[in-house]
Design a protein around this ligand. Structure first.
Ligand code: GLP
Length: 261
C-alpha cells in the first residue's frame, strides 16, 4: 500500500486524474471503476476540465462500472448513483450511457442483480483502476462494518450513520433508502489498481483504521491491506491520525519519478 499525504483536495484531484488518464492512454478500452459521494467530485471536475481543454485521452473505448446503487428509488431519480455518475462525470467525458454500468435495482430483478453484475464485470475483463472513497464508519462502497471480507455484489442494509451522512443529498433524512446494492469487498479486491481518496477531519479515524489498523470486517476498508496495488491519497486533515505519517511523507518525497503510482 502506498500512502501519499497531500496538501489539499485539489492536489488529490490532479494526482488521481493523472492516474486515471494514464490508464486510458495506455489502454483505449480501459475499464474504470467509479465511486459516488462528495470526495471524488474534484477528481471528476479535473478530468472534465482537461477533456474540455482537449488535454485528456480519448474516452470512446472506455467502459465504466459503478461501485454501488440505492434500492427503492424511482427509476431515473436524480440521486440514484447511475444518474449521479452520468451527471458528475461520464456525460462530461462523452462516455455513452450504454458504456456505464451499475448494479440493477429494479425490484423484479433484485434476487439476481448481484450475480448479473459480477458477470458483466468479468465479461468486460475486470476493472483496471477503481476509484474509492471511504465512509466515516470505514465502509467501502456500501460494505458496512461486519461485511465479509470475501463478499460479492449483493443487497445490503445501510447503518443509521451512513443514512445520516448521505441525508444531505435528499430533501429529508427519511428519503435516504435503507437498502443498496454494492460490489462486495471480494469484488473490489479484483480490480487491478485501487485508488482510495479521503479528505477532511471526518475521515481521519476511518483512514487510520483502514491503513494502519488490523484487517477486520469491523473496518471494511482495511481489506485494502490485502491488495498488491493500492494507492491512498489523503489531504492533511484526513492523514492527521496516521502513526507513520512522517514515513509516508519521506517515502513519497524520495520516490523516483519513473516509478509512477
Ligand atoms: C457513500 C458511497 C461510498 C463513498 C462514501 C463516502 O455512501 N457509497 O462509495 O465512498 O459513502 O462518501 P463521501 O465521499 O461523500 O464522504
Amino acid at each position: 500500500m502506498e500512502v501519499v499525504p497531500l496538501g489539499s483536495a485539489s492536489e488529490i484531484a490532479v494526482l488521481a486524474a493523472d492516474v486515471i488518464e494514464a490508464v486510458v492512454r495506455r489502454k483505449r478500452a480501459a475499464v474504470l471503476g467509479l465511486a459516488t459521494g462528495s470526495t471524488p467530485l474534484p477528481v471528476y471536475q479535473e478530468l472534465i476540465r482537461r477533456h474540455n481543454a482537449a488535454a485528456g485521452p480519448a474516452y470512446d473505448g472506455v467502459t465504466c462500472f459503478n461501485l454501488d446503487e440505492y434500492v427503492g428509488l424511482p427509476a431515473g431519480h436524480e440521486q440514484s448513483y447511475r444518474a449521479t455518475i452520468a451527471r458528475e462525470l461520464t456525460d462530461g467525458l462523452g462516455i455513452s450511457p450504454a458504456q456505464v454500468n451499475g448494479p440493477d435495482p429494479s425490484p423484479a430483478e433484485l434476487p439476481t442483480a448481484g450475480e448479473r453484475y459480477e458477470a458483466l464485470i468479468k465479461a468486460a475483463g475486470g476493472v483496471d483502476v477503481q476509484l474509492l472513497g471511504i465512509g466515516s464508519d470505514g465502509h467501502l462502497a456500501f460494505n458496512e462494518p461486519g461485511s465479509s471480507l470475501a463478499s460479492r455484489t449483493r443487497i445490503k442494509t445501510l447503518t443509521a450513520q451512513t443514512r445520516k451522512d448521505n441525508a444531505r443529498f435528499f430533501d429529508s433524512p427519511d428519503e435516504v433508502p435503507t437498502h443498496v446494492l454494492t460490489q462486495g469487498l471480494g469484488t473490489v479486491l479484483e480490480a487491478r489498481h485501487l485508488l482510495l481518496i479521503a479528505t477532511g477531519d471526518g475521515k481521519a479515524a476511518a483512514a487510520a483504521a483502514a491503513v494502519e489498523g488490523p484487517v477486520s470486517a469491523s473496518c471494511p476498508a482495511s481489506v485494502l491491506q490485502l491488495h498488491p496495488h493500492v494507492t491512498v491519497l489523503l489531504d492533511q486533515a484526513a492523514a492527521s491520525r496516521l502513526d507513520r505519517l512522517d514515513y509516508y511523507t519521506e517515502v513519497y518525497a524520495a520516490k523516483p519519478t519513473w516509478q509512477g503510482l
